[in-house]
Design a protein around this ligand. Sequence first.
Ligand SMILES: Nc1ncnc2c1ncn2[C@@H]1O[C@H](COP(=O)(O)OP(=O)(O)OP(=O)(O)O)[C@@H](O)[C@H]1O
Length: 543
Amino acid sequence: MSAPFFLGRVIDTIYTSGADTETMTASLSSLCLMLTGVFLCGAAANAARVYLMEASGQQIVRNLRAMVFSAVLRQEVAFFDKNRTGELINRLSSDTSVVGHSITDNLSDGLRAVAQAVGGVSMMFYVSPSLASFILMIVPPITVLAIIYGRYLRSISKRTQDALAQATQLAEERIGNIRTVRAFGKELSEVDKYTQKTDYVLSLARKEAVIRSGFFGVTGLSGNLMILSVLYKGGLLTASQHMTVGELSSFLMYTFWVGISIAGLSSFYSELMKGFGAGTRLWELLDRKPEFPLNEGRILSPDQLKGQLEFSDVSFSYPTRKDAHIFQNLNLMVPAGTIMAVVGPSGSGKSSLVSLLLRLYDPDAGTISIDGHDIRDLNPYWLRNHIGTVNQEPILFSCSIKENIAYGAINPDAVTIQDIHSAARVANAYDFIQSFPKGFDTVVGEKGNPKILLLDEATSALDAENEFLVQEALERLMQGRTVMIIAHRLSTIKNADSVAVLDQRRVAECGQPTELLGNRQGLFRKLMEKQAFLQEEQQRALL
Ligand SMILES: Nc1ncnc2c1ncn2[C@@H]1O[C@H](COP(=O)(O)OP(=O)(O)OP(=O)(O)O)[C@@H](O)[C@H]1O
């Protein structure tokens, strides 16, 4: 920082001392030696700074990703209806990188540029306050311009990240459903749609490039203006002997120095504003409070939990489709330890009933209770751990069968291999799993040992042997529990203690299967006739 100042002094000394060439050469070479030492130290310090910034940058991005991921997973299910997977993935991967870069590598370069600029300006004032004040008149207009530019850059960066998120969303959905895309031969049109989205990203990037280069042009021009002003005004001051030639030379060097710092500052400022833009959505995600608590509320002791389920005057519509009412004043009671089969036309809300019981959504009106306790007062984490669910398409995680089975347990670490084997036996899957070359170290899953079971029976036709095995496994699973089963098989329905028929946003009929079948005009009877007819049709087709 003080090198140009000394250099200025040396030049003055040369001018005024009249020393011989040898002395001057000797003092100049010792000055060069000193400067070499300073530069070497500077290079080493810079290398250390780059390493530290690189390492801490990676750490910051990792922490930011973990925080955003945790904030996302804590949100209620309705949040995921509104914010799609691809978009959230983009926030996690791309937005965090942009923010990470803007607050690490860039911040370090920026701080260095700030330190250089402050040092340079201080030295300019030290050498010549009047010339420095004159030169720095350029600062206010540049600041106003920078503020306008920064705002624009922030908004463009936000729009770019949003557009990228939409493109990723589209790609994620289409790749995830490649079989459907292929079945309809939609590959080319999907590529067109994706290209349109990326074209928009490109147009935003071009806009950004234009305004960025404009800003850099203006800051570069102002640096040149500063140098010209120093030459002009400084020349006058030197001529009028208010400044020595050495002072003017060192002032000029500081002006160059400040000019270079301004270029560094512009780049830092641009990246910082870009980071703020990309960060807007991340801060929103981090600040978002989930609508339901994840792990707060009452926990019932094992002897308090009998398993009686009750829906009282429940009205519900999905948050993304408020106008489509799924239930209106629905009432339903499942006594503890009994099996209730839920039937109804497609779209009548059978799965929605299960989602409400698991408290994936809250009803708009009415209450859902377990043993007389409103589920809104219960701890949702506890609730879901005490309700076993078996879906038509069980979700499997990419880990071993062993881990998949243990995943549903309250404390997976406490699950022994014997527990896993007996869970597999209950599900009639033991022999099947053991037939794999890697046995329980292969893949597939099932849930714990709960008091309440919510089952979604598979609609797909099974061969006689498998149908028998599934039925047997279900019966064993249902013993001594309260079961609500979305039933499709006549055999399951007949074996249930009671049947609830959903239609027109409510429970249209409820009672024992034989009782309901007795009502010739009833909806249940009609549904069953249709099912029996379909089965006959299928059998005839098979013959
Ligand atoms: N997450 C959701 N967001 C918005 N609407 C939904 C959502 N899930 C389901 N729906 C709608 O709610 C209605 C009831 O759906 P639900 O899946 O509960 O019916 P279902 O009786 O189980 O149907 P199916 O027998 O075809 O599985 C349908 O119109 C469905 O499109």
